[in-house]
Design a protein around this ligand. Structure first.
Ligand SMILES: [Zn+2]
Ligand SMILES: [Zn+2]
Length: 146
């Protein structure tokens, strides 16, 4: 298992091509440190399970899902454990390569939680091409990401 903070819907991500401007390898074709520092994530699905989640947890996830579903969120990777949402709210960070968000809310410990908001991800430059091919999404990106 490599260290891939996301899997791009368009190109597969850093394992399949070099997306990293800082990579020093000549003619690099990708490797486990070659992801883009900037990625776009769109919340795609929500997984709620009343057998394991408290009503409070379910409510929080549902709220986030309702708020962010379908919106492209700009994420940055800082070289640490996960991606961070670059926005006003501090409630989302992405910590696993299989792309799920964990929710960081005061008083709740999500560290052991297997639940999350599943998202689709793109490298920032791949997203640009994808959005151009999908006119309405391009408008959203301009609105959301400045
Ligand atoms: Zn890509
Ligand atoms: Zn590289």
């Amino acid at each position: 298992m490599g260290m891939f903070p996301y899997i791009c819907q368009e190109c597969g991500g850093g394992d399949e091509r070099c997306c990293n401007d800082e990579c020093e390898e000549v003619d690099c074709e990708g490797g486990q440190f070659c992801w883009s520092e900037s990625a776009i994530c769109v919340i795609d699905d929500i997984k709620l399970d009343e057998r394991w989640m408290s009503a409070e947890q379910m409510e929080i996830y549902q709220k986030i899902y309702d708020t962010y579903k379908g919106k492209p969120l700009m994420m940055t990777y800082d070289g640490g454990a996960g991606m961070e949402y670059r926005g006003d709210e501090e409630l989302i960070s992405m910590t696993e390569e299989d792309i799920k968000f964990v929710v960081d809310c005061e008083g709740l410990d999500w560290a052991d939680s297997d639940y999350g908001l599943h998202v689709k991800a793109w490298c920032y430059d791949c997203w640009g091409r994808y959005a151009d091919d999908n006119g309405s999404l391009a408008a959203i990106v301009k609105e959301e990401i400045k």
